[in-house]
Write a protein that binds this ligand. Structure first.
Ligand code: SF4
Length: 233
C-alpha cells in the first residue's frame, strides 16, 4: 500500500500544473470501467459531468439520495440527464438502508437535530461505502479552498477510508474558475446557487448564507460539524 500511495503521489504531483481536463484524461483510461463520478449536482459536480462527457461519455455517476434533497436538486439531476443523454444505468441512485420512517422509529424523530453525525453515517457514509465497493477509483468535486479540511487534497490520492483511488480534478480550482466554466459551456446548474446557497446538501441541514460568509456556513448551521464524513480521512 505504501508503494501504491507513493506512486499516486508522484503521479498527482506531476499533474499539478495541468488543468482538470488533463487530470481526467489521465485517470479515465487508467481506471476504465472501474471509475465513477460522485455527483451531488452542485456547481463543481455539474462541471465535472460536462468535462467527463467530452472525454468519455460512458462513465457513470452516482448520487446519494438521502430522501432529504431539495426539489431543485432533483430537477437539476433531470436537466443534466437530458442535456448529456445519460442512460438510466449511468445514473446510480444510492439510498440509505433505512427509510426516513424507519430511521425515526429506530433513532427518534429529526435525528439531524440531535446527532447529525449519526444521521450522515446512516444516509450518506454507509451508502457511499456500499456503492464504492464496485470501483477502483472515484471522482469528486472537492476543492482545496472550500475548507481547511480540504486544503491538502491531492489531484489523485489514495482514499484509505474507502479503500480506492480518489481523483479530485478541481482541487486547484477556485469558486470563480468553476462559475466561469459553467457560464462558458452553459452547463445546467442548481438554481439554489442563485439564491445564496453556495453549498447544497439536505433540506434539513442547508441554509442560505449572507454575502461574505464562508460558503459552507449554511451547512449544519447550529453545529460545529463542517463535513458529512465523505471526505474526512
Ligand atoms: S446532511 Fe443532515 S439530514 Fe442529511 S444526512 Fe446529514 S444530518 Fe442527515
Amino acid at each position: 500500500m505504501a508503494d501504491r500511495k507513493a506512486d499516486l503521489k508522484g503521479w498527482s504531483d506531476s499533474l499539478e500544473s495541468q488543468q482538470p481536463q488533463d487530470v481526467l484524461a489521465a485517470a479515465l483510461p487508467r481506471y476504465a470501467g472501474k471509475i465513477v463520478l460522485a455527483c451531488s449536482f452542485g456547481a463543481e459536480d455539474v462541471v465535472l459531468v460536462d468535462m467527463i462527457h467530452r472525454l468519455d461519455p460512458s462513465v457513470p455517476l452516482f448520487y446519494l439520495d438521502t430522501d432529504f434533497l431539495f426539489a431543485e436538486t432533483y430537477a437539476t439531476r433531470d436537466r443534466i440527464i437530458e442535456r448529456y443523454h445519460l442512460k438510466a444505468t449511468q445514473v446510480i441512485r444510492v439510498t440509505s438502508l433505512l427509510t426516513p420512517e424507519r430511521q425515526a422509529a429506530q433513532y427518534g424523530d429529526a435525528l439531524w437535530t440531535k446527532e447529525p453525525d449519526r444521521c450522515c453515517q446512516l444516509r450518506k457514509v454507509e451508502p457511499l461505502t456500499r456503492v464504492l465497493q464496485g470501483y477502483d477509483a472515484w471522482i469528486t468535486g472537492i476543492r482545496r479552498d472550500q475548507a481547511p479540511s480540504r486544503a491538502g487534497a491531492g489531484l489523485i490520492e489514495w482514499d484509505g477510508k474507502f479503500g480506492l483511488v480518489k481523483v479530485n480534478p478541481l482541487a486547484r480550482w477556485t469558486w470563480t474558475d468553476v462559475w466561469t466554466y459553467i457560464k462558458v459551456y452553459e452547463v445546467p446548474y442548481n438554481p439554489l446557487h442563485d439564491r445564496n446557497y453556495p453549498s447544497i446538501g439536505c433540506t434539513h441541514c442547508t441554509a442560505p448564507v449572507a454575502d461574505g460568509d464562508d460558503p459552507r456556513a449554511g451547512r449544519w448551521k447550529n453545529f460545529t460539524k463542517t463535513e458529512c464524513g465523505l471526505h474526512k480521512a
